[in-house]
Design a protein around this ligand. Sequence first.
Ligand code: CTP
Length: 407
Amino acid sequence: MSNSSPLRGKRIVLGVGGGIAAYKSVELMRRLMDCGAFVSPVLTKASLRFVGETTFSALGSESARTSLWDAGDPIPHTRLGQQADLVLVAPATADLIARYAAGIADELLTTTLVATNAPVVMVAAMHTEMWQHPSVVENIATLRRRGVVVIEPEIGRLAGGDIGVGRLASTGSVVEIIEEIFDGSTRALSGRKVLVTAGGTREAIDPVRYIGNRSSGKQGIAFAKAAARYGAEVTLVCTVPFESEPGINVIEVESAQEMFEAVSDAAGGFDLVVMAAAVADFRSKEISPTKIKKSHGAPQLVLEPTPDILAYLGSVKPKNQVLVGFAAETGGVEAEARRKLKDKNTDFVVANNVLEQDAGFGVDTNRVTLVFEDSALVLDLDDKRRIANRVLSFVAEWAGKNGVWSD
Ligand code: CTP
């Protein structure tokens, strides 16, 4: 597990509602604790028909609580609510959602919810008919208007064997959303314009074939999402499909030439450019307009260089722009990165060794070194989302310290 999870040291009240999915909150609690959170379980009376207090007491960061009237702690709800960095309810049943929306404080969990100023996340789980009932729909809308994060149920097998929407969201996706809530508390790029490129370019040989590379675009997309979470207005120039999200304007391209045109058109207006795309260095000099036939024998491909987009950006870089390049290497990583830093006039190079396990192409994790000036920051192996968060917060702080964004 990562030491750099934003959950490290956070106090989370885990409220468990009375639904069949209650057994899944044990696993959720463990995952939150693995990330370094301190989890206080609070069980409703109804949940005790599905799961046992002992399980949560044995596995939680402290004993489970089930009542407002525990001896020795006369006001557990205000204490829990005040100390919490976040209150998480999983599963949030139709009944709990209704009571919270109406402000009813009739047991420890509902009282804690009404007494807290911390962010609240409700992970809904119930039968499809209940989820779609107008009362539930209205209560959810009310809670969202008040700033509560509601994680919607997934489609899957429900109690009794029915299949439909209603199943508790997966533990992984709940943890991810909570991490983002804590991460997003920093608005390091608020009001900044950020350009990110992502994915490998494809250089056509004929209408069917192309020269390509192994880049999945995951790291670049993680940068675009992180920049948007940090408050930036993001333009993502991307070779892989990406469903647009608030704060991210997507331009789809395929070849190095198309990427060059999309980027060079607008580059001057950006405060930060993150050139994460794996741009092909060479393309076929001629593109056959029709499919090259095997029967005509092995074709001789003549290659020519593509435009070096990063080098071009470095050559026209305005004073108030931070330029971040990448270096995917198979050896001598830092030295190669430093050479690119200088040759392409970038402020940072994010370097990795793509031969290492768990780093580089296709996988969700990465191990990178951030090379800048005459220093290097070596980051631990981490998932690509957190790598993006860490690099961006570092870069934003550096830009602030060096007066690059002096407005
Ligand atoms: N890059 C670019 N345009 C190209 C090739 C690369 O903008 N035609 C950018 C990449 O997006 C990345 C950086 O340059 O940010 C480094 O890419 P890399 O292929 O490692 O660099 P090269 O200059 O091709 O160096 P070498 O082939 O010597 O390793």
